[in-house]
Write a protein of this length. Structure first.
Lengths: 362, 338
């Protein structure tokens, strides 16, 4: 992944007639070798370097990431995914505050002053059945604004996904990298532990964890959920990173680093981990929807986020109980979540294709 | 120069074995040599003769398992490296003994900027601050002839050509002014014009800094132009050891003669190139007797039965052969005839 593309682009640059280091018109197909030129005239190539630096061609940062970005932008589905994810994230982050500022409604606001309002209204419907903008997604059984709740649910769902993925990144990457680099008995021991954890049915594990340490407060429950999800989501990451490190550790640059006296710790975390970044980013992007789905599933079963906090899963759970009479209670959180999960998966797939040119199908 | 304090490195009876499923591979089996300060030692031999393993053993970089340094000593500046604790060895690596590897395409970390890889060395060993290390990195790049070093120091390895990358490797190796530079086939992966430049660069920097060099290669031309002493290795053993000029003029070992004959002579008419018949032996299953015997023109029954002695032909010319004296003498005669 790291080698093919850059070398291509470098050769391409050398073939570029405009970049003739001697500044002379070149024949088509003339390929000056920078070292041969350096042999003849060091000045000439120095000038050429400065010149092309001014062209912005030579001294550009990481063209690897740039190439990947370009490939990502070519993938329409991935761009769509990226846009949707950004829109939903931004809406979730600032939406509830915006609604509060404009309409004075918070997600957990129950209109207790008017008993008539404590019931579920369909979308775009006012208290007397007339058209109204105040509740574009309707209200739930307690008369709380569904739109605000979906946005706030998004906040928590995305937060759960991101935090659990970060935990999995932190534990999984270091665990896998250490196991892979040290190898031998240590590796065997560490990976067997992963195998054991893998073979446990993790949903049940999470449920047990959550019910064992059941917290009284909604926030405490949320923290527990992070811990529970994070503690099982790092397993695959560890395996992926270990595999990467196994194939990297025998490369010469690792030997070269060891030959310069770099410590094992530094080799693992400064030299090897950056090289695994591609697959790690891809897998992390795909872990977010996975964790969100698990969270939704747990909330649906009543183990996840507790009211008055809401997540897409808990909203869908509430809605599912009233699906026959108030279908909008299920449809809106459900569709929003599905759209987000689709988009994240598209983005993850796009990233994988962009970061690994060898896997491209085109 | 051969006084005791002029001696930088002494390797005594070094044995490095690899445990494989196929048996114990004696990659290096009883190597001894000395290196004076400021001197260049060439190690030649075919692939698999143990050249690289010898040098990895010197700085204790043999992967273990399966490899193991079974016996011997590597006395560097009066201290046996093989007996030092790992932390001490790490202080020697890069700081006092530096290495350059064969393939500059793979020996730089593709994900780290050149500057970071160069800075790591001096920050680690010389205690440089970031700014100091950065300036030092630029200075080193200039020393090895990278034009416009300041602009290029923040590039990534893939933005450099093969020759430039080898220059970077040399810059990295020399940035802490090591006493010993081990160059493991530094030009094998480069094309001929760049080879010459890199060798010239090593030569020049060696003269400027007084660093001793161990040059591993299978290119006899490189050995002739670069080294003071040569060791010829075969099947993990030293087959011949001599001053470079002497080895080329009067080889005392049939294997060395075969190697010298295998070098194509550009002035001769084009015809069949000479090659030593057969291929290097499987070092996991060596028969008693001389390991080169099956391929040797001079071999007799005794070569297949008994391991040859290490014969001293002159004070600093040794050869591992039953007929060392005879081969040495006949080389001399050929020499006078020419």
């Amino acid at each position: 992944m790291s080698d093919k593309q850059p070398r291509e682009s470098f050769e391409h640059k050398m073939r570029d007639p405009a970049l003739n280091p001697l500044g002379e018109p070149t024949q088509p197909g003339d390929r000056p070798d920078p070292d041969i030129i350096a042999l003849g005239s060091e000045m000439a190539i120095a000038e050429a370097d400065v010149r092309s630096a001014e062209d912005g061609e030579y001294v550009r940062g990481s063209s690897l990431w740039r190439d990947a970005w370009r490939r990502l932008l070519k993938n329409k589905l991935a761009v769509f995914g990226m846009v949707v994810v950004i829109v939903i994230t931004v809406a979730s982050l600032i939406g509830p505050a915006l609604i509060k500022a404009t309409l004075g409604i918070t997600p957990d606001y129950i209109p207790s002053n008017d008993v008539k309002l404590i019931k579920s209204f369909p979308p775009f419907t006012g208290p007397n059945g007339e058209f109204s903008w105040s509740h574009p997604m309707g209200t739930d059984n307690a008369g709380r604004d569904q739109f605000a709740r979906v946005l706030q649910g998004g906040q928590i769902s995305l937060f759960v996904g991101v935090i659990s993925t970060l935990v999995s990144l932190l534990i999984g990457v270091s665990y896998g990298a250490i196991a892979g680099y040290l190898g031998g008995r240590v590796d065997n021991l560490m990976m067997r532990l992963v195998d054991v954890l893998y073979s446990l049915p993790y949903v049940i594990l999470v449920i047990v964890l959550l019910s064992m340490f059941r917290s009284q407060t909604a926030r405490g429950q949320l923290v527990l959920l992070f811990v529970a999800l994070g503690s099982v989501s790092w397993l695959t990451m560890a395996r992926i990173v270990r595999g990467q490190v196994l194939s990297l550790k025998n490369q010469e640059f690792v030997l070269a680093a060891r030959a310069t006296g770099v410590s094992t710790f530094r080799i693992i975390f400064r030299h090897l981990v950056p090289n695994t970044l591609g697959p790690v980013i891809v897998y992390a992007t795909l872990t977010i929807p996975q964790v969100m789905l698990t969270e939704a599933f747990l909330s649906f079963l009543g183990f996840g986020v507790q009211a008055p906090l809401a997540s897409w899963g808990s909203l869908a759970s509430d809605g599912a109980q009233n699906i026959a009479i108030f279908p909008w209670q299920l449809i809106f959180p459900g569709v929003t979540m599905a759209l987000t999960l689709f988009s994240l998966n598209f983005l993850g797939d796009g990233l994988r294709d962009a970061l690994d040119p060898q896997m491209r199908t085109d | 120069m051969s006084s005791a304090n002029g001696q930088l490195l002494e390797v005594n009876d070094l044995r490095t074995y690899f445990e494989t499923e196929d048996g114990v591979v004696k990659a290096v089996d009883g190597i001894s040599f000395r290196l004076q300060r400021g001197e260049t030692l060439g190690i030649v031999g075919e692939s698999g003769s143990g050249k690289s393993v010898t040098n990895l053993s010197i700085i204790r970089l043999i992967p273990n398992p399966p490899g193991k340094i079974v016996s011997g000593e590597v006395v560097f500046n009066g201290r046996d490296i093989l007996l030092l604790p790992p932390a001490e060895v790490r202080k020697i690596r890069g700081r006092r003994i530096a290495m350059i590897f064969q393939d500059p395409m793979t020996s730089l970390n593709p994900f780290l900027k050149i500057s970071r890889q160069l800075m790591e060395m001096t920050q680690l060993h010389l205690g440089h601050s970031k700014a100091q290390a950065y300036e030092h990195a630029i200075k080193m790049l200039e020393t090895v002839g990278i034009p416009d070093a300041r602009a290029r120091v923040d590039n990534y390895p893939h933005e450099f050509s093969g020759g430039m990358r080898q220059r970077v490797m040399i810059a990295m190796a020399l940035s802490c002014e090591p006493e010993l530079l081990i160059a493991d086939e530094p030009t094998t992966a480069l094309d001929v014009t760049i080879q010459a430049q890199i060798l010239e660069l090593i030569k020049k920097l060696k003269q400027e800094t007084g660093t001793s060099v161990i040059l591993i290669t299978h290119d006899l031309g490189v050995v002739a132009g670069m080294t003071d002493h040569v060791i010829v290795m075969y099947a993990g053993k030293v087959f011949e050891q001599a001053k470079t000029t002497e080895l080329f003029a009067r080889p005392g070992n049939p294997y060395t003669r075969g190697l010298l004959k295998s070098v194509p002579d550009p002035t001769a008419e084009q015809g069949k190139l000479y090659q030593i018949p057969g291929s290097p032996p499987d070092v996991a299953h060596l028969k008693p007797g001389c390991p080169f015997a099956p391929r040797c023109e001079r071999a007799e029954e005794i070569c297949r039965q008994e391991f040859p002695p290490f014969v001293a032909l002159t004070a600093d010319h040794h050869s591992l052969c039953h007929f060392a004296e005879e081969v040495f003498a006949s080389s001399e005669i050929e020499q006078t005839h020419e």
